[in-house]
Design a protein around this ligand. Structure first.
Ligand code: PEP
Ligand code: MG
Length: 694
């Protein structure tokens, strides 16, 4: 073992930036390398290859540290580190590291602190080149599996054979990544990668790549160009969900090109935070566990696949951090970045005070989550016993198990349009029936499963249905409005729901989105009865009634709430769309993210009037938009008189815990003050006064 003792002269001690320079340098040696704070010993030696460990050593200006190395290259390591520390780890004495804040939109919860890693979205070969130019030690490479090198080598096989076999390798890699997610019980997210595996061997994409290669392009460039052309077509459709698919196709093209070039997947050499304009979802699944601490994007959206996958793997993500790429230096600078995926906070080069705050916030949140999980077996209620029904939002019957495990008392929103996605034709009545029946049987006769008729249109376009292009899809033919041009689509769904309930022996629950007039509500009842008559005429088992609800997400429906309530068994407020329509802010537009806050008093006053309308007719009100899953939102909603909250299974613990910490009277008081406010920030601060207490 070799060691050296040095006095630290950096103005702020070993704060994030110099600590990152140290761990990057240490990571370049094979020896074990440690650091002791000789001046104020703080427990066991810090691992000099771990940022958190070095920061925890609490080294301040003037402290003496001992750096030691143990292993085959210990002498070289100590020489190099002595020089680096003596030089102030790249900092001039006056540099105090004032952080730069680049706030974004929260997309996956959690706090992460680590060095910047700039992955090259176009493929590993480029990353290695950039790294060499920068002299960064920060990029490593994971060898491609499945004999990719053989595919990449331009040997005897012609361009067509090489393209096709590289595509097959890409498909099998993506299937393997999907299997990894399935093992983590994330089959819903695995479907994203399975769909990419299908894209890799899509005949149209492959034929185009082969055609381009025959025209003289090299096979890797041809594969990339073919994917790019398809991606552009998707992105040109100008809708958020399809734009996300465009990124998936590009990702597949880059993977095939990488395999053809015989390059590996770029990964950071030390645990890092990826900083990019956008990121391929498969990259998140592919970086070995522990190396990707977080993701921050200047673009993207919380509904992008990269965010969904990261959420399922517990990796914090912030998106739409405008100006990020200009303000965060390249990774060679050794700069540290801190992100909070729950608030959207992003700090480039955070100072010691910020780091201390974030670390203690992380500890407090872990404790909060632990306490919340402990309440899981109990029904949701306020401290003084006011009951609230907690339901889950699901996209497929496969989500039912996770919802039940999270303590859901049923399903408040089954987004059936997902059954229509990632396929080439609509699901048949029998296929739909099987899906609804599985969900109904999973929850049994006493826990409702509210099936929403396909909310197609707006941000959820289904290309094979051949619906006409519209200049303003969010103000166009969407959801119940499809009944006019595509009546059979909704009738098929309703017959499938009646039949599924007949076989599952449960009372079916249905609701329609985008209801905006009394005629829409009457139309839903008419369709329901027409579908029932067909099932009865066929002699199939059919229940007597279907509990029928209306989604309130359009301002006109909110205004008509007293009249609509007399035509329905329940209301379910869709706060995502209600916010978009009340504030006139496209929900998919990242530059309007600040306006998309459902806690805005204008939205809350609308909700209060809907509750009053429902009360007049004696029907219950649920909320199934994202606001219901936000603990602060849940408190305000219950205070406003909402009876049921429906959210993603992962949010149910947080809502239950927030409710358990307050009384009904406190919630009424909170709601009254929220209604009197004039901006969302004030409402959030009022709610934090209650949530922060528990
Ligand atoms: C909503 O608008 O709040 C809602 C729940 O529906 P979706 O998000 O599917 O449009
Ligand atoms: Mg909606």
């Amino acid at each position: 073992m070799k060691s050296v003792e040095i006095q630290i002269r950096n103005e702020s001690g070993l704060h994030a930036r110099p600590a990152a320079v140290l761990i990057r340098a240490a990571a370049g040696f094979r020896s074990r390398i440690g650091l002791d704070n000789v001046t104020t010993p703080a427990g066991p030696a810090a691992d000099a290859k771990s940022l958190v460990s070095v920061l925890a050593a609490g080294v301040e200006k003037g402290h003496r540290v001992r750096i030691w190395a143990d292993g085959e290259d210990e002498a070289e390591a100590i020489d190099a580190l002595r020089e680096l520390l003596g030089d102030g780890l790249g900092e001039r004495p006056a540099e105090t590291g004032a952080p730069i804040a680049v706030p974004g939109v929260p997309a996956a919860p959690g706090i992460a602190v680590g060095p910047i890693w700039r992955p090259d979205v176009d493929g590993a070969a480029g990353v290695v080149g950039v790294a060499e130019a920068d002299g960064a030690a920060g990029v490593g490479e994971v060898a491609e599996a499945d004999g990719a090198a053989g595919v990449g080598a331009p040997g005897a096989a012609g361009p067509e054979a090489r393209i096709r076999s590289a595509a097959a390798v890409a498909a099998s890699q993506l299937d393997a990544l999907a299997a990894r997610l399935c093992e983590l019980d994330r089959s819903g997210e695995a479907e994203i990668l399975e769909a990419q595996a299908l894209m890799a061997v899509d005949p149209a994409l492959l034929d185009e790549a082969v055609r381009l290669a025959a025209g003289g392009l090299d096979p890797a460039a041809a594969s990339r160009a073919s994917a790019e052309a398809s991606a552009r077509t998707l992105a040109g459709l100008d809708d958020e969900l399809l734009a996300a698919r465009a990124a998936d196709v590009r990702d597949v093209g880059a993977r095939v090109a990488r395999i053809l070039a015989g390059a590996g997947v770029a990964v950071p050499a030390v645990p890092s935070i990826a900083v990019a304009a956008d990121l391929a979802p498969s990259l998140v699944a592919e970086v070995p566990p522990g190396l990707l601490l977080g993701v921050v994007l200047s673009g993207g959206s919380p509904t992008a696949h990269v965010a969904i996958l990261a959420r399922s793997l517990g990796i914090p993500v912030v998106v739409a951090a405008a100006g990020l790429l200009d303000r965060a230096p390249g990774e060679a600078a050794g700069t540290v970045i801190a992100i909070d995926g729950e608030t959207g906070e992003v700090l480039v080069d955070p100072g010691p005070a910020d780091l201390r705050r974030l670390v203690s916030l992380r500890t407090a949140r872990a404790e909060r989550d632990r306490r919340a999980a402990a309440l899981r077996g109990r029904p949701a209620a306020t401290r003084d016993g006011h009951r609230v029904t907690l339901l889950a939002n699901i996209r497929s019957p496969e989500d039912a198990a996770r919802a039940i495990a999270a303590g859901a008392e049923g399903v408040g929103l089954f987004r059936t349009e997902y059954l229509f996605m990632r396929r080439h034709s609509a699901p048949t009545e029998a296929e739909q029936m099987a899906a609804y029946r599985r969900a109904m049987e999973a929850f049994g006769p006493d826990r409702p499963v509210v099936i929403r008729l396909a909310d197609i249109g707006g941000d959820k376009q289904i290309p094979y249905l051949g619906l006409p292009d519209e200049p303003n899809p969010f103000l166009g033919v969407r959801a119940i409005r499809l009944a006019h041009g595509s009546r059979e689509l909704l009738l098929t769904q309703l017959r499938a729901i009646w039949r599924a309930a007949g076989l599952a022996r449960v009372t079916p629950h249905v609701m329609a989105a985008m209801v905006s007039t009394i005629a829409d509500a009457r139309l839903l009842v008419e369709l329901r009865e027409e579908a029932r008559a067909a099932v009865v005429a066929a002699g199939d088992p059919c229940p007597d009634r279907m509990v029928t609800g209306l989604m309130i997400e359009v301002p006109s429906a909110a205004i008509l709430a007293p009249e609509l309530a007399r035509l329905a068994d329940f209301f379910s407020i869709g706060t995502n769309d209600l916010t978009q329509y009340v504030l006139a802010a496209d929900r998919g537009n990242p530059s309007l993210a600040r306006l998309q806050d459902a806690l805005h008093p204008a939205v809350l006053r609308t909700i209060a009037s809907v509750v009053a309308g429902a009360d007049g007719a004696g029907i219950p009100v649920a909320v199934c938009g994202e606001l219901a899953g936000d603990p602060a939102g849940a408190l305000v909603l219950v205070g406003l008189g909402v009876n049921e909250l429906s959210a993603d299974a992962a949010s149910l613990d947080g809502i239950r815990a927030a409710l358990a910490g307050v009384t009904a009277a406190e919630l009424h008081e909170l709601a009254a003050r929220a209604l009197a406010a004039t901006d969302a920030e004030t409402v959030r601060a009022l709610a934090a006064g209650l949530t922060g207490r528990g």
